[in-house]
Design a protein. Structure first.
Length: 245
């Protein structure tokens, strides 16, 4: 009678194809089949005490058994199929091309996740909050990408995430003007593309886009020191001080 004493490994992905070493005794004279639960699979008899089998696809915990031509069927030893993680939503669904923002991933079977990927680029960091939620810090990227998570059970479906442009201001000239407004202010920076809004403090003003790195804005009336900002489709830039004198 064949007997199984151990399996290595004792678990694998639900997709199968894991090479499993079966150790025991009595694997003679001829091993006729190896089963994971009710499913027979391919195998190689390495010796009378060892078999290498390829786990078929499956789910849950099943019993691995060995049958020989002369001794019947062995005892069963447990093998566990690890669930494949899945994603159902991402929040937010977009972020800056520079990355660095936190994204919340919701799904199932997330406890064992070992990697989070944004179209192949690893998340800067991630935390498994619960079996249904992960928070990840987005890496830098461009365009529309698919976020996936990987666990011992396999890789999830993809969830769509879009990298959007956020303007940046490096300088303004001049940095001061009269309280009556009307001063022409040159704003230098990056990513001045698409629909834009220019504000002096909370007041939007008129402007001309000279290039993707330069705007000319007309200062509205105001008092004191205010922050000049440029807002694009991806968010609002840093602020640069402008003083009304």
């Amino acid at each position: 009678m064949p007997t199984i004493t151990s399996l290595s490994p004792t678990s694998g992905p639900a997709s199968g194809n894991t090479s499993v070493t079966i150790t025991g005794t009595g694997f003679v004279p001829i091993v006729t089949n190896v089963k994971f639960g009710a499913t027979a699979t391919t195998f190689t008899v390495d010796s009378p005490t060892q078999i290498t089998a390829i786990a078929p696809p499956g789910s849950g915990t099943v019993q691995v058994t060995v049958t020989t031509s002369g001794g019947g069927t062995s005892n069963g030893v447990s093998y566990t199929y690890l669930p494949v993680p899945s994603l159902t939503s991402v929040s937010p669904t977009q972020g800056p091309t520079t990355g660095g923002n936190t994204v919340t991933l919701t799904g199932t079977n997330l406890t064992g996740v070992t990697a989070v990927s944004f179209d192949g680029a690893a998340a800067t960091s991630f935390t498994v909050v619960t079996d249904t939620q992960i928070t990840a810090v987005a890496p830098a990227g461009t365009g529309i990408v698919q976020i996936t998570v990987t666990a011992p059970g396999g890789t999830s479906n993809g969830a769509t995430y879009t990298y959007v442009v956020v303007p940046t201001i490096t300088s303004i000239s001049p940095t001061a003007g009269p309280t009556s407004g009307g001063t022409s202010v040159t704003i230098t920076g990056t990513e001045f593309t698409g629909p834009l809004t220019v504000k002096f403090g909370t007041t939007a003003t008129t402007f001309t886009v000279n290039s993707s790195t330069q705007l000319t804005a007309i200062a509205p009336p105001g008092t004191g020191a205010v922050q000049v900002t440029v807002t694009g489709s991806g968010g609002t830039s840093n602020g640069v001080s402008y003083t009304y004198v």
